[in-house]
Design a binder for this molecule. Structure first.
Ligand code: 5GP
Ligand code: MG
Ligand code: MG
Length: 183
């Protein structure tokens, strides 16, 4: 049975809206300083990174270009399929430019390690990663994000762009799902 109020399905709030905004502001300050005077293309990974992109980019008091990629590494549910493919490519030419990939979570790192390699082949000046969350225990590929919001335990989280079967993305907080949701 489906409950009508999304927050009822959460067992535990990990990060509140306020905590997320405060951390993103710190990350934005660091990014702004690091890329001062440089031509920055910020690439959001659809669909999970939509909220992080919106808030991180608005916390940067400078011009940036915002572009998007959609890649698929997960089917439905909570397990990685191990297959990565491009569903939507960049609109911009990134050759000679500084690229910052923005994602909401690094789990195994499979998706981002593949994406970084793919973008490096296009001749950018640099490619770095900013992620709100990272699960160090799950990391299976050598991915080194320059900016990380928080490291979290190896459990499935939802909210603030993160989905379970395409639900919960629109929650403002990040939390873990109650077991009854999976059954
Ligand atoms: P990776 O390739 O690093 O294993 O997984 C990357 C993608 O898997 C993320 O961008 C996200 O879409 C999904 N993912 C990984 N861990 C979680 C999680 O705990 N919750 C949700 N909702 N999605 C996750
Ligand atoms: Mg993502
Ligand atoms: Mg997902």
């Amino acid at each position: 049975m489906e409950s009508s109020h999304v927050e009822n399905d959460l067992v535990n709030i990990l990060f509140t809206e306020e905590q997320i905004q405060a951390r993103l502001a710190e990350m934005a300050e660091q990014i702004t300083a690091d890329y001062e005077g440089r031509d920055l293309v910020v690439v959001g990974v659809l669909r999970g990174a939509v909220m992080v992109m919106a808030d991180l980019s608005r916390a940067m008091p400078r011009h940036i270009e915002m572009d998007w990629m959609a890649i698929s590494s997960y089917g439905s549910g909570t397990k990685s399929s191990g297959v990565v493919r491009i569903l939507k490519d960049l609109d911009s030419d990134i050759s000679g430019r500084d690229v910052l990939i923005v994602d909401e979570i690094i789990d195994t790192g499979l998706t981002l390690s593949w994406l970084v390699n793919s973008l490096r082949n296009r001749g950018p000046r640099s490619v770095e990663i900013a992620t709100l969350l990272r699960k160090p225990e799950a990391l299976a590929m050598p991915v080194e994000p320059k900016y990380v919001g928080w490291d979290i335990p190896n459990e499935f989280v939802v909210g603030y762009g993160l989905d379970y079967n395409e639900k919960y993305r629109n929650m403002r907080d990040i939390g873990t799902l109650a077991p009854h949701v999976y059954s």
